[in-house]
Design a protein. Structure first.
Lengths: 366, 430
């Protein structure tokens, strides 16, 4: 039997004969690797997944022309600067006169996109509402209390409108009427006054997009909606910090606990150690034997832990964010190396203690 | 005899016991810290979400339509209805008073200003900045500085004058919106005149909203200028609320008394709005849906995430503790063999081992609870700037969990150790 096969046989038998011991060690390493992988994967995805939740707050950037209106070309250049998945909606406002000389703010926009962007609006569509105008709840009360048609006047232009639906927003929009571009053109003939943009991504992407848009089209005034971007920064930042801090604590504590278990099980094997020494093995060989066994267990445990941890992170994404949190292959190597290093330290450190004692003494039971 | 065995086992196997104790304590400090952080995170993030500003809007019932577009407010100051300012403090008297983070009243009108030889038109907005108030025995401070935390000022915030200051040389301080200041060449220290009265600009306001084109002044100054004492147009309220669910949307008038009480005593935006309507007659209270509907979503995502991470951490801690317990017991199969060959029954052996495990669990749980509390405290300090206090109930939970987990870890190992033939174990063949 060659030295190599003997070594392999020793390693394999050591694990096989005491399956339960090998299994506890394997579980300890596996648990550390699992929790570290899961926490770090979630952490590195958090800015994207949690940032997406802020999409429902609507526009986070407002673009206004500095003078006149923006050309189609300028608009295209602006949109190019925003990250993929960003949306924009043009808006213009005029003040018109409704029935009974009520003054009302009329907004023109692309209704479908505008509604999508203001996803928090609660819509009410009464029977018989077949028109084209979206009425804010307060405006509806004053202009079309029965849901019927009404007339708007702007200067010498008139337009007959009937409501498509009534919305409640809890803001000044409730006093307004929104029309689709066609109707709005008929009433005013005016161009767009501003573009509401929703830049996809975390605080950093929004910030970058704003400065890129500013330099690409200096004729446009580009302002982030600070109320929303600031809160997004605060909430995402603090959540990330909490996840990171608690993950670090959990991983370190479990690592300590695992190291203690590992060390203790090596110390229990002092007889193995003594027998090897009595049979003429050098300190180096014994160290190597124990280290090889630990490394073998650590590699198997952490590989399994990486798979399981990635699975847990994916599941958390599915359950909590309705989005996939994909495994981070870049984490595999650090997790593997850290587990092996930890197992090596935990298994060879106690050997140094044993080396001070004579093998004969251990065998006699001292 | 049993007690002696127990005592000697602890005295003679100090190393093994320390390792087991360490493992349990570490596992339980994870449990304590994660439970504390996980249960507290909702409140903390809710506080952060107040950065979105008010989530309730109070307007008079008999109001006319708002006519404001961007920087223009074309609604004449005398039109529409008002809410009496003096009754607003009652908002702090509702059932959920502690959830009201603050409120800010607004009174505004389009006015002409002159600065030197130039004149310009701008909206004049009156509000509280940080107005000290009291309701009953309660003292509190409220205004835009708490309700709209994204408002920033270059220069100084004005004070909230109770009446027009009599000192001629020092006209009342106001803020100029950043865009207005740029366009009209106004700066800190300049004076503007409106209707024969002088105002001093103490700071330039940046909000990223329509206020950037306005003059923002203390409420009582604006009331004096507009000759509308005690009047406000609208009030925004920032309240800590529970995310809306199906129950929250129900109509309280159609509920049975018991259900209605439960609805009334939950901090939903709807029930807080209902309570504000009870104390302020003739107002309409509406949730600002952009804030209220969406913040709940963010909040539940963050709390859900921490809940799942807490579960994963607890599971990991339980596994680590079980593995450690199993390892220490498995190494003691010779002891089991010796006891059995001396005539001990399975019950006696198991009893001894489990009692040992119980002691270790209680001690480890206690140490872990203390260490975990310190860790939770630290996380709170470093992330949120205020400590997370661990609820004493967590101690009971942690101790129970410690005993449970160590037993689960021990039972399997003890059974395994007892399966072997004592003679074989003692010979060292197993």
């Amino acid at each position: 039997m060659s030295r190599r096969t003997l070594l392999l046989r020793l390693l394999f038998k050591a694990a096989w004969v005491r399956k339960d011991r090998a299994l506890t060690a394997l579980i300890s390493v596996g648990v550390v690797a699992t929790i570290a992988t899961a926490a770090l994967t979630v952490y590195s995805n958090l800015e994207g997944t949690l940032g997406r939740e802020f999409r429902s707050f609507g526009a986070n950037v407002v673009v206004k022309p500095r003078s006149a209106s923006l050309t189609a070309e300028q608009l295209r250049r602006l949109q190019e600067q925003a990250s993929a998945g960003s949306r924009s909606v043009p808006v213009a406002y005029v003040i018109a006169t409704g029935p009974g000389d009520t003054r009302v703010v009329v907004g023109g926009t692309e209704l479908r996109n505008f509604r999508e962007m203001n996803s928090w609006w609660s819509m009410r569509q009464d029977a018989g509402m077949t028109g084209t105008a979206l009425l804010g709840s307060k405006a509806a009360q004053q202009l079309a209390p029965t849901g019927g048609a009404f007339e708007l006047t702007l200067g010498d232009k008139h337009i007959q409108l009937s409501p498509a639906a009534v919305f409640t927003s809890g803001s000044e929009d409730d006093s307004r009427i929104y029309l689709d571009a066609g109707d709005f053109q008929k009433l005013t003939g005016a161009g767009w006054q501003m573009w509401l943009m929703q830049v996809e991504g975390g605080p950093r992407e929004i910030h970058e997009a704003v400065s890129k848009m500013r330099s690409a089209v200096p004729e446009a005034e580009v302002e982030p909606v600070r109320r929303i971007t600031q809160t997004q920064t605060a909430v995402v930042g603090k959540t990330r910090a909490v996840v990171l801090a608690s993950s670090i604590i959990v991983v370190i504590l479990i690592m300590l606990s695992m190291a203690a278990t590992f060390t203790s099980s090596v110390l229990e094997r002092r007889k193995d150690f003594a027998v090897m020494k009595a049979l003429g093995a050098s300190n180096r060989t014994v160290n190597f034997m124990f280290a090889a066994e630990a490394a073998f267990l650590a590699i198997a445990g952490s590989a399994a832990g990486f798979l399981l941890g990635s699975g847990i992170a994916f599941w958390i994404g599915k359950v909590n964010f309705d989005a996939a949190i994909l495994p981070q292959p870049a984490l595999l190597l650090p997790v593997l190396l850290a587990s092996v290093a930890l197992a090596l330290v935990a298994s060879t450190a106690p050997l140094r203690l044993l080396q001070r004692i004579q093998p004969a003494g251990i065998l006699r039971g001292e | 005899m049993f007690l002696r065995l127990l005592f000697e086992s602890f005295r003679r196997q100090k190393r093994r016991k320390t390792v087991a104790l360490l493992a349990i304590a570490l596992g339980m400090s994870i449990a304590t810290a994660m439970i504390a952080v996980g249960t507290d995170i909702g409140d903390r993030i809710n506080q952060e979400l107040r950065g979105l500003g008010a989530n309730l809007l109070i307007t008079p019932v008999e109001d006319t339509l708002e006519v404001n577009v961007g920087d223009m407010n074309l609604k004449p100051a005398g039109e529409g209805a008002y809410i009496p300012e003096s009754s607003l403090a009652k908002i702090k008297g509702i059932f959920w008073e502690h959830n009201i983070k603050g409120y800010a009243p607004f009174l505004s009108a389009q006015e002409s200003f002159s600065a030197g030889d130039r004149t310009f038109k701008a909206e004049l907005i009156g509000t509280y900045f940080a107005q000290p108030l009291h309701y009953g025995k309660q003292e509190f401070t409220t205004g835009v500085r708490t309700v709209n935390p994204w408002w920033t000022v270059e220069g100084e915030w004005p004070e909230d004058y109770a009446t027009w200051p009599q000192n001629e040389g020092q006209p009342p301080a106001v803020l100029a919106g950043s865009k207005l200041a740029q366009q009209s060449g106004l700066g800190v220290g300049d004076q503007v005149e409106i209707a024969g009265r002088k105002l001093r600009i103490s700071g330039v306001l940046n909000t990223g909203g329509p206020e950037d084109q306005a003059i923002v002044a203390p409420l009582h100054i604006v009331q004096t200028i507009l000759h509308l004492p005690n009047a406000v147009h609208r009030v925004t309220v920032s309240a800590l609320t529970k995310p809306e669910d199906a129950f929250a949307r129900k109509d309280p008038d159609k509920m049975s008394p018991a259900v209605r009480d439960r609805w009334y005593c939950s901090p939903y935006a709807n029930s807080i709005a209902f309570q504000i309507r009870e104390v302020l007659p003739n107002v309409r209270v509406e949730q600002i849906r952009q804030v209220e509907q969406n913040q709940g979503k963010v909040l539940s995502r963050v709390s859900g995430l921490m809940l799942l991470l807490t579960l994963a951490a607890l599971l990991a801690a339980a596994l680590a503790v079980s593995a450690a317990m199993a390892a220490t017991i498995l190494e003691r199969r010779q002891e089991v063999g010796l006891m059995k060959s001396l005539g001990a029954g399975n019950a006696a052996v198991a009893g001894l081992f489990l009692t040992e495990a119980g002691f270790l669990a209680l001690a480890g749980g206690l140490i872990g609870f203390v260490a975990g509390s310190v860790l939770a405290h630290r996380i709170g300090q470093s992330v949120f700037g205020s400590a997370i206090v661990v609820h004493p109930v967590v101690l009971a939970v942690v101790l129970f969990a410690a005993v449970l987990v160590t037993f689960v870890g021990s039972v399997g190992a003890v059974r395994k150790a007892m399966q072997f033939d004592p003679a074989v174990v003692l010979r060292g063949d197993a």
